[in-house]
Design a protein around this ligand. Structure first.
Ligand code: ATP
Length: 741
């Protein structure tokens, strides 16, 4: 069995071609798509040719040996393409649309540059000496008239004209042609159509695909522009069309798309338009046609590859109220100053992951620093500018710091160096980020509040649990991303996308780690050690040979997993009793991570990483004293007085004490570790906060001459207090009287 098919939304050229092809393939069934243009339907209802037209559902698709396709060569436009072509039939194509669909490999392909497909088929029929009835001549003429815009479209050829002349000679009825064509396009519509086709140009999209751009200028109003665009889509067969027609004081833009990747609704959004992904429109006043075109091109270049979503509801549901308020204030300022403004980075990722986030980063398209100044003025806050990086920090009256950046691109003079910054758009700003899941933004201007900006498929990667670099040079541009990829992988339990994994492997093999400054390594280490469960990422760094590259002696001890878990549990305990701020958890983990290094190496490592003096002191003192403290707390602890505990413990940081306790907790004697934990807790909550009540003034009034003795006296009182020998101020005064007078 063989069939002749044509495209959905059939017009007169497709109907005429379908019927004409039957003369060439007399055995074939005619498959007419259910959908056709209104005037074609009316024609079929009015004029009876005795044709048997079948829909795809009416025929048995098994055993189709040959398929003749007319007036299209695109599989997307054939109803039921996949089912028809399942049995891999022989394909013949007759068409006047340029291009070749890779899904179809025809045995015969007659694609010619003609105004209408029927012109091609009519030639073949005439070659065979077949004559046609006046009714069919009329149908064929309808096809030519419609498809060439009554011979006005630039696609019209001399072959169409001579085909029409022949059809006239076969008694084609122009009255019938007029009757059905008149319903399609008016004279002005035909004129616009001719203009639009003449102006056509193809705009190629960065990530593949193309859009046909059309424009026309008319002094009068043109009704039903959509019908005109529909015709052009049909004739020229592009993936998508954006047509701009200037009429009097406004420009109407109509967009149509055949492919899901090109979302015309989204493209016209920045122009105030609306609609669906396949059909949309916008009307723009007060700007000229060229400006409209520029805006469309901007929008195409920026937005077409991303899928559109609005996540306003998620923001309301998942962001802390205080952050929502900050965003509102920021958005108001942005709207007043006409800056497109976006929330970017980790917060967007976390909202989509269903996590609460407080880390607000703002990017504006335009002058970020100027915007920060306006925002600070509005909220009565302060602004700190970093002109070189075009960034600023706005401190709100409640102390909250908001980072504001200018949408920017970065140029890396050499791998691992600090970027040079120049102003650019949000797309480029996102493109310079590390991974797709971190390259998401949410627009916050009122008109687009909650629009998710996702050029690189970050949302899909979040759903799939994949970490993916944005481009092949990512790890070379900034090798610290090696640390980041591992950190995020472990934090979210994600996989590293295969391509990204090999890029990372290559960067490591090429020695890119050596290009990172020690300060940046320190910051990355601190970030990793600040994770909830840092041992997972550390283990991954060790397994990939990264730790040993940081320092040849850096190796995790055998039971480091237990130790890290202990620290994690103790942190929970101690945070409850002494509060969050006083502990820097990363420092405890750093001490644990370097436990097996000897003192000299630790000292060198800490100096190389350029820790601050305070951090360095904490780390090295802990290293020197921890062992002694473990001993003190574990050998005959019953003899310990509060004062003797204090004397030893006050020499080291709280972080060091937590590490000491973690070590003790791993000893087999559980009573011992519980006792030790209590002692350290007493020290932290109680002893460490004790103060002497009397002052130097009191001593003076007691007649003691001021001098170095005062310090000694105060210390003695303090220790007496620690051991519970004095409780009140009166006790302290008595104590002085007894021992120092
Ligand atoms: P976290 O939850 O750990 O804070 P984050 O994604 O917010 O994660 P930050 O280090 O605060 O991480 O960075 C904020 C954003 O800046 C990131 O989401 C990412 O878009 C971008 N970014 C940070 N560091 C880099 C880098 N080295 N290369 C590229 N982009 C980066």
């Amino acid at each position: 069995m063989e069939i002749i098919v044509t495209h959905v939304n059939a017009d007169f050229d497709s109907l005429a071609s379908l019927v004409a092809a039957r003369f060439l393939y007399p055995q074939a069934g005619l498959v007419f798509p259910g959908s056709c243009e209104k005037n074609v339907r009316e024609y079929l209802e009015t004029i009876n040719h005795g044709l048997s037209l079948y829909s795809i559902r009416q025929i048995d698709l098994n055993g189709i040996k040959r398929v003749i396709i007319v007036d299209t060569n695109s599989s997307d436009r054939i109803e039921g393409f996949d089912s028809i072509f399942k049995s891999q039939p022989v394909i013949h194509i007759y068409d006047h649309h340029p291009g070749q669909d890779p899904k179809i490999s025809p045995e015969v392909s007659v694609i010619k540059d003609r105004g209408a497909t029927i012109t091609i088929l009519l030639d073949l029929i005439r070659e065979k000496g077949i004559s046609i009835t006046p009714a069919l001549a009329t149908l064929f003429l309808l096809g030519i008239y419609e498809e060439t815009g009554s011979f006005t479209f630039p696609t019209t050829t001399e072959f169409d004209l001579s085909a029409a002349a022949y059809l006239f000679s076969q008694q084609a009825d122009l009255k019938t042609v007029n009757r059905f064509l008149a319903q399609t396009l008016s004279a002005i519509q035909l004129e616009v159509m001719a203009d639009l086709i003449k102006s056509r140009r193809i705009h190629f999209l960065a990530h593949g695909g193309n859009v046909m751009l059309l424009k026309s200028f008319k002094d009068e109003y043109v009704s039903d522009l959509a019908v005109v665009i529909h015709k052009i889509m049909d004739m020229a067969g592009p993936q998508a069309v954006l047509a701009m027609v200037r009429m009097k004081d406004r420009t109407c833009v109509v967009g149509r798309s055949r492919v899901p990747e090109i979302d015309v609704g989204r493209i016209l959004l920045p122009l105030g338009g609306g609609g669906h992904s396949s059909a949309a429109a916008a009307t723009i006043k007060n700007i000229n046609l060229k400006e409209v075109e520029n805006k469309i091109i901007d929008s195409l270049d920026n937005r077409t590859e991303q899928s559109y979503a609005n996540i306003k509801d998620l923001m309301e549901e998942r962001l802390p109220y205080a952050i929502q308020e900050l965003i509102k204030k920021t958005a108001e300022t942005a709207d007043q100053a006409s800056y497109p403004c976006f929330v970017v980075g980790g917060l967007v990722r976390d909202i989509l992951l269903g996590k609460t986030s407080f880390d607000l980063d703002i990017v504006v398209e335009g002058e970020g620093i100027d915007f920060a100044r306006l925002l600070a003025e509005k909220v009565g806050g302060e602004v700190k500018k970093f002109a070189k990086f075009k960034t600023a920090v706005v401190t709100f009256p409640n102390g909250f710091n908001l980072d504001v950046a200018t949408a920017r691109t970065e140029h890396y003079p050499h791998p691992g160096a600090l970027p040079e910054v120049k102003a650019s758009s949000i797309r480029e700003d996102l493109f310079r980020r590390d991974f797709t899941i971190n390259a998401l933004a949410i627009q916050i201007n009122a008109a687009h509040y909650g629009d998710l900006i996702d050029f690189f498929g970050g949302r899909e990667d979040l759903a799939k649990g994949l970490i993916r670099a944005l481009h092949p040079d990512s790890f070379r541009d900034d090798p610290t991303r090696i640390f980041r990829v591992i950190r995020f992988k472990k934090r979210f339990g994600f996989e590293i996308e295969d391509g990204t994994e090999s890029l990372m492997g290559k960067a490591l093999a090429d020695g890119m780690l050596d290009r990172i400054t020690n300060q940046r390594i320190r910051e990355e280490l601190i970030q990793i050690l600040s994770e909830g469960q840092p041992y997972l990422a550390l283990e991954a760094l060790q397994n990939r040979g990264i730790l040993v590259r940081l320092h040849p002696e850096l190796a995790l001890s055998d039971n480091f997993g237990f130790l890290f878990h202990q620290i994690h549990d103790l942190l929970f305990h101690f945070r409850l009793i002494i509060g969050e701020e006083e502990i820097e958890p990363w420092l405890i983990y750093f001490l644990a991570m370097t436990e097996d290094m000897d003192f000299i190496h630790t000292e060198k490592f800490v100096s190389d990483l350029k820790f601050t003096r305070r951090q360095k002191n904490k780390i090295l003192t802990a290293r020197k004293r921890s062992r002694q403290i473990v001993e003190l707390l574990t050998t005959s602890p019953e003899d310990l007085t509060p004062a003797s505990i204090y004397r030893e413990l006050q020499l080291v940081s709280t972080e060091a004490l937590i590490l000491v306790l973690a070590r003790i907790s791993l000893l087999p004697d559980k009573n011992l570790s519980e006792e030790a934990k209590k002692r350290v807790a007493t020290y932290l909550v109680h002893l460490n906060r004790m103060k002497v009540m009397i002052s130097g003034e009191d001593l003076k009034q007691m007649g003691l001459p001021p001098g170095p003795d005062y310090t000694q006296i105060m210390e003695a009182i303090f220790f007496a207090r620690l051991d519970g020998k004095v409780l009140t101020k009166a006790d302290e005064l008595d104590y002085v009287k007894t021992y120092f007078r």
